[in-house]
Design a protein around this ligand. Structure first.
Ligand SMILES: [Zn+2]
Length: 183
């Protein structure tokens, strides 16, 4: 189907530019430079802007500090336990993983063991030593297995979210800290 000639295309373009601005994406590809502000790659909520007289950027929301490498169009966070860096592709940040692949494997391995092992031990003991049939607490072993699995799953989820620095989690953590600070 052919669309009729759009006589208000400039209006459509400007609203498109507005919506992409609202999403934190510039309408045209831009270079990483001192003068511009960019969306924060960690919390995906605040804006990072250059610190005066320093080759560094800081976020106005999560307060993380980044060093900039303009020739490679990349930034690296300096106040985090993990060496995370991102490359600016003209529109958004792309994370650069160099050193963390072995750590990621270890994190996932530990996560799987932490979730499965304690629950398996509890389940195995309930199978080896089953409660007397018809006794009042015969339902308890199943509940205990479910609680063990659930609590370890929550713990491991937190570990993985911390490892991957999930933006929504970071932003929520900052909001909670700000809320606690205001009280
Ligand atoms: Zn931030």
């Amino acid at each position: 189907m052919q669309y009729p000639a759009n006589h208000n295309s400039s209006k459509a373009d400007s609203s498109k530019a507005d919506s992409s601005k609202a999403l934190g994406l510039p309408a045209e590809p831009t270079l990483l430079s001192h003068q511009e502000t960019y969306i924060c790659p960690i919390c995906r909520h605040g804006q990072i802007a250059e610190l005066i007289l320093m080759d560094a950027f800081a976020c106005n929301f999560c307060r993380h500090i980044f060093t900039a490498n303009f020739p490679t169009q990349s930034i690296q966070v300096v106040d985090s336990s993990q060496p995370m860096s991102w490359r600016w592709n003209g529109r958004k940040w792309q994370s650069v993983y160099h050193h963390t692949s072995s750590l990621t494997l270890v994190v996932w391995l530990i996560s799987a063991i932490l979730v499965m092992l304690p629950a398996s031990i509890v389940w195995l003991s309930s199978v080896l030593f089953p409660p007397l049939p018809g006794s009042t607490w015969s339902w308890f072993p199943q509940l205990w297995v479910a609680c063990t699995f659930g609590s370890h799953l929550v713990m491991v989820s937190w570990l993985l979210i911390e490892h991957y620095q999930w933006p929504l989690y970071i932003a929520t953590r900052v909001r909670i800290l700000q809320w606690l600070g205001r009280r």
